[in-house]
Ligand binder design. Structure first.
Ligand code: 5GP
Length: 124
């Protein structure tokens, strides 16, 4: 069990395999603490995923367990991805667990941009 109550980290998840180089990705940023790459099925003109390099299922897991440098390094990577989109605007989003429809159980942030993004969520 992860600290958040989600299942334990699965080292065979697709992002773990991308980190190990077993599956290719279109990387845009690779740092000591984070990898950013294009989503395979983009929902907006810019749709980039940013993942920490450690084995964390969720935000709760990551922020409870990762070293401060890893946490800072991850969020700096997210900010670096967002920075060129800032003038037009962009959105960061992270899904955790079943109600959010988290598909890949490795903590990640989506960076969406390149078009007006509409309301954050639909009501109802
Ligand atoms: P989640 O629903 O977990 O927040 O989002 C997972 C995202 O990972 C989805 O947007 C999906 O399109 C993306 N994805 C799933 N498999 C792959 C893959 O093999 N490569 C890349 N680049 N993205 C993937």
């Amino acid at each position: 069990m992860s600290v958040s109550g989600l299942p334990p980290y699965d080292p065979q998840n697709i992002f773990a395999r991308i980190l190990r180089g077993e599956i290719p990705c279109k990387a845009v940023l690779d740092t000591e603490h984070a990898l950013a790459f294009h989503d395979i099925s983009p929902l907006t003109p810019t749709h980039i995923l940013v993942i920490p390099k450690g084995e964390w299922v969720s935000a709760a897991d990551f922020h409870a367990g990762a070293e401060p440098a890893a946490i800072a390094g991850f969020w700096r990577a997210v900010a670096r991805i967002g920075q060129p989109l800032e003038a037009g605007g962009y959105r960061i989003l992270s899904n955790m667990g079943p109600d959010a429809g988290q598909e890949v159980p490795h903590f990640h942030v989506h960076v969406f941009g390149g078009q007006p993004l509409g309301p954050m969520l639909k009501r109802g």
